[in-house]
Design a protein around this ligand. Sequence first.
Ligand SMILES: Cc1ncc(COP(=O)(O)O)c(C=O)c1O
Length: 397
Amino acid sequence: MYAYTAPFQNPAGSPIRELFKYLSEPGMISFAGGYPASDLFDIEGLRVAQARAYQDSILCLQYGPTDGLPMLKEQIAALMARRGASCSPEQMLITTGSQQGLDLLLRVLVEPGDAVLTEQPAYPATLQALRLQQARIGTVPVDGDGLDVGRLASLLASGVVARPKLLYTVPTFANPTGATLARERRIALLRLAVQYKFLIVEDDPYGDLRFAGEGVPSILALADQVDGSRDWVVHFSSLSKVVAPGLRIGWTVAPVEIARRCIVAKQTVDLCTTPWSQAIAAQYLADGSLERHLPRITTAYGHKSGALCRALRAGLGDAIAFHQPEGGMFVWARMPGVDAAQLLASAIERKVMFVPGKAFFAEQPDAAALRLSFAAPGVDAIQEGARRLQQAYQALA
Ligand SMILES: Cc1ncc(COP(=O)(O)O)c(C=O)c1O
């Protein structure tokens, strides 16, 4: 009856959000969703920050600048400097979650039919955004060390992928694989971006959630070491996984001319990110609360990750294969010979959930893959959830 735009004639909703209806079932243990642990929110630190921020109530209640409150941009620049990356105020905009940063960037850069690359498997909301933008999505496989940059080099050299505008990657504790791109691959990727003139879109919401192993600088930070590469990096990050997703505070660091255009795009999307939230976030960071609180989160996630990996090995043995993550929120697993969608149906009957891997593939989905998040459930629930998963698996056989 209505004349919809092409991308909205038959739009597919988020496959992960479809699972939410089961979450409210009593007794459900969820390894699905990318929710951080709600019992680890720094409620007191945020309460203090909120009270201090509201002392300037007009700032909180009035519209703010589209690119973000200067006080928050200053704090984010300091946070980025602690992470090893410099950025000027002109290179940065505050967004309503980092998800909005991607949406704005695609509006600015991607026309229908444009070639873009993503890692495979990839974060589904990115695939959804690229599809709605009618991009032509090519994929580059991922292994235990992240994106297979050697494979990317040969795809580009052979012309199989011609003139991609951008390559999207979550290089640190990826969603869904949990993998971290090795340092030398980051450098090689930066060189390829300069050579072939494509933007590396680095999505980094999880980088601070390291609980084991050695830190690796972000691609943005390493761009200082590869001549000309800083012009080819756009970096997103967020307070969602380290403070609280309800704040809806993310940011983009981009070359100035791209940042300027994203700000114009944002003017028509929401005018500005909620100043109240921004002021709370700025105060929280200025108080030093993030550095004080973060170790509580990473320690807990380390325990939870260990508990999940041990329970899966104990319960499923050779039936399941995965890399143990060094940070983030996810275990990406394969169960050879199993259809993860069928396993999910059996699992839901036993009150445990995960995300079947299919949602993370732009093409040629691996039916045997699944993503398990260890962040939200407690250790006891993780152990019980793994037991239920084993029963669900046995019921399939
Ligand atoms: C890789 C990745 N990027 C972006 C987001 C969205 O984050 P935000 O809450 O900052 O919009 C998520 C959330 O799950 C994510 O996993």
